[in-house]
Every structure is written in C-alpha cells, then in structure tokens.
Design a protein around this ligand. Structure first.
Ligand code: ATR
Length: 271
C-alpha cells in the first residue's frame, strides 16, 4: 500500500489529507495520506526513515519548505528559483527529488476559472513578498507577464525578490500599494491578510480597473473582503481554493499514478 503525507508544524488544520483522501477514494487506490507533525531538528532523520516505511513522497509545509532543499538529492529549477519546495518524491533508488508546484497551482487555477485571462494583457500587481508571493511571481513571469509590480509591508523583502527575479519587476512602497493597481490587468493578494481571524487587506482599490482579473491566495473565507470589494468594482475574481487543489495534483500523480481531476466534487470534499 503506497503511503504519502504532509510534514510540517503544525499540520492538524491542513486540508491536504481530505484532498488526497478524496482522490484516493475516487481512483480506488488502496493508499493513505498521513499528516505528520515534524520538528525542525528531526527533519533529516524523518526524511531518511519515511521511504523505509513505504512512503513514496510527501508534501512539505511551514517551517520545512526551505530546509528540504538542502536535504534533497535533486531539486527542480522552479523549486531552486523560488527557494522552497512543497512536494518531495522518494525514488526507488533512495534519492529524494524536490519540486515546487505552488506556481503551477496558481496559474492552473486562473486558467481553469478565468479561461480568457491573458498574462500579457497588462501589468501584474502582486501584494505581498513572502514565500507564497515568490511562487506567484515566478509563475507569472514564466507565463509571459511583461511588467510585474510588487509591494510589501516590509519593503526589503520585495527588493530581495526584484534582485532575484530581475528587470521586469518594479517595487512599490507599501504606502503606495494602491497606485500599483492603476492599469494592472492581473492583481494578486499574496499576503495572509483577509484570512478568518486576521485583519482585512486595506490597500485602496480606487485605481483598480474593472477589466482586471483579481485573485487571492487566502481561501478561508472563500470570498475575502478584498475579492468582494474588487467584484463590486466590476472585476472578474477567482478565489484561492483552486490554487490549493491544483498544486496538489502533480504530487498525487507522481506518487499514485493517475492524474487527478480538480472539479466541484473536490471543492466540496475539501471545504
Ligand atoms: P507565506 O509563505 O504564506 O507567504 P510569509 O512568508 O510569512 O508566509 O508571508 C506573509 C505575507 O503576508 C508577507 O508578505 C507579510 O508581510 P511582511 O513581509 O511585511 O511580514 C504579509 N503580512 C502578514 N501580516 C501582515 C500585516 N498585518 N500587514 C501587512 N502585511 C502582512
């Protein structure tokens, strides 16, 4: 019986077990997906032992996403560029392969829910410069966005991203974040603001044009205050749940065989 799972700290509230559990049932695979809380000082040991217990791979979450890169035997280009991995494959020869599918999930969600979205229709504006934002920036540039604006409360983090990702980026001060929405065709909240129990994102949306596609990485609630206000201004909005669903698909396929489907059934199973 093939085993996969999630390593992180904490992992108790993760939706991934429900997500993969749904796909395992749907495909009648006698496997399991196990959430495993792992402390940083145990990470290396856990990664050595899991393959011997029958694990074919794991997802990785906070606080291990960066550390696993140094423990893996092979790292994909996109994981190296982002500086973090979310998917590990334990190969039969004992080697650990690390990938980052967050950017893929981000783009696949937009393509599925806004099929007419065009990355090169105009500038993209990314709010936030944390780990999730790095994956979003990498995938937007890869998809053909020609101008990418970024703003973060802690300015140095956006400057770091510009230093790594290059000339197509412009850094905006946090106090000027509203201005970067002017003329933007794609707008992304990649901060944790708007999540249940947190403050809402308070970037002024007056400069937002109704033709923009607006999306949020926060999916609890599905419709964040930011998405609701953008929608009220006439924008097309895509919620963040689909990114979670799509980023999981490549891992499931590598571990268990079938390419799983991302549909309404899955959304219901995960919510
Ligand atoms: P993740 O991996 O989910 O991106 P992270 O690296 O901790 O997590 O990043 C969280 C993002 O939300 C950052 O952009 C963070 O801004 P800072 O870099 O200034 O910390 C942003 N964020 C979180 N709380 C915030 C708040 N109260 N105001 C503004 N930005 C906030």
């Amino acid at each position: 019986v093939p085993l996969a799972g999630l390593i992180g700290m904490p992992v108790a509230h993760s939706r991934s077990p429900r997500l993969h559990g749904h796909w395992l049932r749907r495909h009648a695979i006698a496997g399991h997906y196990v959430p495993m809380p792992v402390m940083p000082e145990h990470l290396a040991e856990v990664l050595r032992v899991l393959p011997r217990l029958g694990f074919v791979g794991v997802n990785v979450t906070i606080p291990h996403k960066e550390a696993v890169l140094t423990l893996a035997d092979a790292v994909t280009d996109r994981a190296a560029l982002i500086g973090a991995a979310n998917t590990l494959i334990f190969r039969p020869d004992g080697k650990i392969h690390a990938d980052n599918t967050d950017g893929y999930g981000f783009i696949a969600n937009l393509r599925q829910n806004a099929p007419d979205w065009q990355p090169d229709a105009g500038p993209a504006a990314v709010i936030g410069a944390g780990g999730a934002a790095r994956a979003v920036v990498a995938s937007l540039l890869d998809s053909g966005v020609r101008e990418l604006r970024i703003s973060n409360r802690t300015r140095i983090r956006s400057e770091q991203i510009k230093a790594e990702f290059g000339a197509r980026l412009t850094v905006y001060d946090w106090a000027q974040a509203g201005n970067m929405l002017d003329g933007a065709a794609t707008v992304v909240n990649a901060t944790s603001l708007g999540m249940t129990g947190k403050q809402p994102l308070r970037v002024p949306l007056d400069a937002l044009s109704p033709g923009a596609l607006v999306t949020d990485l926060v999916y609890t609630p599905l419709m964040t205050p930011f998405l609701l206000e953008s929608q009220a201004r006439g924008c097309r909005v895509v919620d963040g749940l689909g990114m979670l669903l799509h980023q999981a698909a490549p891992g499931f396929e590598r571990w268990f065989g079938p390419r799983p489907e991302v549909d309404e059934d899955l959304r219901r199973a995960v919510l």
